[in-house]
Design a protein around this ligand. Structure first.
Ligand code: SIN
Length: 331
């Protein structure tokens, strides 16, 4: 049996964990800038956990992350994961879009090795930054055999979350993530993971998505419905997108005028439209009153910004509404 220390590779992308601001305060800062070597040096001890290597892939506020950044990150992890010299990955990331990147990677990475995203709500220059503990626990989780084969995970404020279901749920508290209906997969107590649940949704090595030769992701936009939302915005978006996601009210609902327009867009223009809900929990299933066009796809339990990722990846594989609908059940 090989008892060597685990080798964990950290890929840093910026975010508040690398944020610099007015000394001591948490609310006035720029969410990027500090390098990964400096962040690692702020953790008192990692030697007992793993041997670390790291790279600064980008250093940005995560609101500036592009499709190109996503593809580069996924291709880099897929390439490095082939090496026996790396046992797991930590990706540091801004919290604003961490749930999007986690789901994207969960669908396209081709490895069973642990992949753990983390970040911070307080900048590195705050009085009591949360970044060092989150990073420490992310390294510990990536080094754990318990994280092997679990897909992309997020560690935040002692919680372990799945890349599929994690959501940012608070905009300033340090305990900013959860999975709403699905709680969390487990807890970290210092450097020890304790798992309680596992998602049965297909991920990483078992998905059909292969981005090796993908240079452009199909354009899918989200349209938010609210009382009085003009129907003309649907025409505008239909002209400029390969697919659409509608963030409807409650059960993925919108007005009669929108129902007619959505079915016209999807029937006549052949644009797939995913019906999701702005509520943030629950699930959407096929509904004969809402989904007048056969080209409307229920989002299942995905929130709009995750439904958009799945529709975009689905369109790299197929235009068949039946197949895309099946993907929304599977992933
Ligand atoms: C960001 O997402 O880069 C800014 C906010 C954060 O990291 O908390």
């Amino acid at each position: 049996m090989n008892n060597r220390k685990k080798r964990i590779h950290i890929i840093a992308t910026g975010g508040t964990i690398a944020g610099k601001g007015l000394e001591g305060v948490t609310a006035q800062y720029r969410a990027c800038g500090i390098s990964i070597d400096s962040l690692v040096s702020e953790i008192p001890s990692t030697e007992h956990l793993a041997e670390l290597t790291y790279e600064q892939m980008i250093n940005v506020d995560s609101n500036n992350i592009t499709y190109d950044n996503w593809l580069n990150l996924a291709k880099r992890v897929n390439e490095l994961a082939k090496s026996d010299d790396i046992d797991g990955f930590v990706i540091t990331h801004g919290t604003d879009t961490m749930d999007e990147t986690a789901y994207f990677l969960n669908l396209v990475l081709k490895t069973n090795k642990p992949i753990v995203l983390t970040g911070a709500m307080r900048p590195a220059t705050a009085t009591s930054p949360d970044g060092p503990m989150n990073l420490y626990q992310a390294i510990a989780l990536a080094s754990s055999n318990q994280a092997v084969g679990k897909g992309v995970l997020v560690v935040f404020s002692d919680g372990i979350y799945s890349g599929r279901d994690v959501q940012k749920v608070n905009n300033f508290k340090t305990d900013a993530f959860n999975e709403r209906d699905f709680a969390c997969l487990g807890y970290m107590r210092d450097d020890k993971p304790y798992f309680f649940y596992e998602s049965i949704k297909t991920h990483t090595t078992d998905t059909v998505f292969d981005i090796t030769n993908v240079d452009r992701l199909p354009q899918v936009s989200i349209i938010y419905f609210y009382l009085g939302a003009p129907v003309s915005i649907l025409d505008y978006y239909a002209k400029n997108n390969d697919g659409l996601v509608i963030a409807g009210t409650g059960n993925g609902s919108y007005s009669d005028e929108w129902i007619e327009k959505v079915s016209e867009i999807s029937d006549k223009k052949g644009i797939p439209v995913v019906r999701s809900s702005r509520v943030g929990s629950g699930m959407i299933i096929k509904n004969k009153y809402m989904d007048k066009s056969p080209n409307c796809i229920p989002a299942n339990s995905l929130v709009p910004h995750k439904a958009r990722i799945l529709l975009s990846l689905a369109l790299t594989r197929t235009n068949s509404i039946e197949e895309i609908t099946a993907m929304f059940k599977q992933y």
